[in-house]
Write a protein that binds this ligand. Sequence first.
Ligand code: SF4
Length: 451
Amino acid sequence: MSQNNTVHFVSLGCPKNLVDTEIMLGSLMKEGYSVVDQPEQADTVIINTCGFIEESKKESIDKVLEMAQLKTKGQLQKLVVAGCLTQRYKEDLVEGLPEADLFVGSGEFQNIAGILKSSREGSTEKKFFHLPTYLQEETSPRVNSQPGYRAYLKISEGCKKRCAFCAIPLIRGNLQSRKLKNILSEAQLLVAGGVKELIIISHDFTDFGWDLKKRDPEATESPYELLKTLADESGAEWIRVLYLYPDGVTPELVELIRSRKNLVKYFDMPLQHINNEMLKKMNRRMTREQVERVIQNIRSQIPEAVIRTQFIVGFPGETEEHFQELLEFVARNRFDRVGCFMYSQEEGTKAGHLPDQVDEATKQRRHDQLMELQRQISAESQSKMVGQILPVLVEGLSEETELLLQGRNSQQAPEIDGVTYINAGQAQVGQIVPVRITGHHDYDLVGEIVE
Ligand code: SF4
């Protein structure tokens, strides 16, 4: 049976959404709520939804319907649907989900404590959809939901680019960057609390500060300044940057990453496609030749750099030739990590109205073909790691067997990449230890701690 002031969170979607969840958690805990692991023990369930593509929308709605069953059974008092799906579909969602009590968009999640309080006091207002203008401060209440040795650091909201397939600007609005000193203070606080790995997140790291500079040409915020300041002043042992638009990966930025030991040599650079016609239709601002120059720069400046990228297959008008060009590009460039999305036709986006939409079976075939190619490339590049000694952040016992420890070397990002299993040696959770790689799977590594 649930008690008063107990809340259970479900956070769906990307790490940016997770940070919003952490701020809601912090606000509610400040108001005396206790957070429970099981929804059955809670009187309030908050689902922070994702509304990016068809698959994530479906996952969000399924979760709301699943939690709604607890309400039917009388176990739950309030069901709150927050986040991107709410922000995107507003009234339609309210109409379609009568099971939910409150709808809190991406511009209102920071007020969750007040919203719940009014609702409990009898307010009948159930929709909160203001434009997302909120930017967290270093003083914002936030509970790090990650293991204590790592944390996400959100540096901006929204995006200034307009890729034709992407619904993010519709949901999250235009770019709003946080002040550099505010981000640094938050980073220092996290490190003082035991965080060793900071993972910088935004929709596009390379535009950081553009909006601030537009308002005030004296503003010092830029991707370079941010990374340099965090590397030199945060105290973090590993700093990882996610989501780099390739045109902002300048030789200066690459040199900075090369020169600082705590900047992880990991370039997460979604390319989406490589055929010039596709890139243009996608409203990407680069040609194949320009993209290749960026890759060449990274590899010549930092030969050991890991490059992760992501592609979309089945974008409207993608022919077999376009796809073959993409396959050939992937085969030639041998990226360390590749993610692949099947194009999702999204209303409100430019590509949603394009002719020549590709059928689902073709998308699936192209997806599978690309990922099979990447599996072979990955296995081969993993085999080259055998014999190397890499620093590994120990994360605990293996999920596969308690006989092994499990961790990540600096080339493995949490939740998206593989892991490193440790089959010899002892270490504490959160320790960074040298591990000699002795074996590999397609995506994971195996090694032993070097005493
Ligand atoms: S840069 Fe990323 S978030 Fe921005 S519009 Fe393009 S795909 Fe969307």
